[in-house]
Write a new protein. Structure first.
Length: 308
């Protein structure tokens, strides 16, 4: 029995010794990098602005025009969303690197973990190796603590509580060998409380796309362009107005590269924009307007009548 008790006591002593050896250091001051508290908001603002202005750019334009290209714009919006997802993952990666980067002070050392994409570095400076500690306040916003040491470059860490870090470091007079661990909370740019807002944004986007599609279909089905589209000709001139908004011209200009048309209801004119080439690689644009006669289905270009 005595032998068994002695064995148990030895095992228990070893366990206590291991626990003592693995004891975490008591951190006196912990510093995070500048702007970490607002970095997620900055990144989300960037994503939001890209989404809003990108969507406006994709769907802006004359919806009633035959050349609006609704389904092409829906595809471009899908591409924009894919780009936003990739951008989010990229920014979220940098955000987590910033969150995990710390500078700690214990009774024994100054410890830093620095994270970059694909790279993690550690710095440990015993207190007896430190020769000087100073702070830097640049424009009242950019604050840094500068730690000088023997035969090495100074360690510069940009943080808000640089003065507190310096004051605590100066006060220390003891030394021990405790291990520091970086206990950080896993964070993402989009936290759980924002998921509901994200669903509303997606739902709102789908409603906007659906409304634009309905409006576009209404203009296509009942608009003037559908009725005006067709082939108009005179003795030497031909104008072909296609339903997709493109057009073909004969007798107005040579070497036409592209041609698009639209109807201006206010002035009752068909406006044709075309690009033509001259002098080999030189190009120019031109615009012509033709009066549309609804009753006779004719186009009038400076007295030239083209019949349908």
């Amino acid at each position: 029995m005595d032998n068994e008790k002695s064995k148990d006591e030895i095992v228990e002593a070893k366990v206590k010794e291991k626990k003592k050896d693995g004891k975490k250091a008591k951190v006196i001051v912990t510093s995070r990098v500048l702007f970490i508290s607002v970095l997620d908001k900055i990144y989300l603002t960037i994503l939001g602005l890209v989404f809003v202005f990108g969507t406006i750019s994709v769907f802006s334009g004359p919806i009633s025009s035959l050349g609006y290209g609704f389904f092409k714009r829906v595809f471009l919006e899908f591409v924009l969303i894919v780009i936003l997802i990739v951008l989010y993952l990229f920014l979220n990666w940098f955000y987590n690197c910033a969150v995990k980067t710390i500078l700690c002070l214990t009774k024994a050392e100054v410890y830093r973990e620095h994270y970059f994409p694909f790279k993690r570095s550690e710095d440990s400076i015993p207190l007896e190796k430190i020769t000087k500690v100073s702070t830097l306040n640049l424009f009242w916003i950019f604050r840094a603590v500068i730690i000088c040491q023997y035969h090495r470059f100074p360690l510069i860490f940009w943080t808000w509580n640089n003065q507190e870090f310096k004051d605590k470091l100066v006060e220390l007079i003891t030394n021990n060998k405790e291990k520091i661990t970086n206990e950080y909370e896993e964070k993402n740019l989009l936290n759980e409380s924002m998921h509901g807002y994200l669903m509303y944004i997606i739902l709102g986007l789908l409603i906007v796309i659906l409304l634009i599609g309905i409006i576009k279909f209404g203009f296509f089905a009942f608009g003037n362009e559908r009725r005006i589209a067709g082939t108009y000709y005179s003795s030497n001139n031909i104008v072909v107005l296609n339903k997709d908004g493109s057009c073909d011209l004969e007798g107005f200009s040579n070497n036409i590269r592209s041609c698009f048309w639209s109807y201006i209801s206010k002035s009752k004119e068909v406006e044709i924009n075309y690009q033509y080439s001259y002098y080999y690689s030189y190009y120019d644009n031109n615009v012509i307007r033709l009066k549309y006669d609804k009753n006779n289905n004719t186009l009038n270009y400076e007295g030239l009548i083209l019949k349908k």
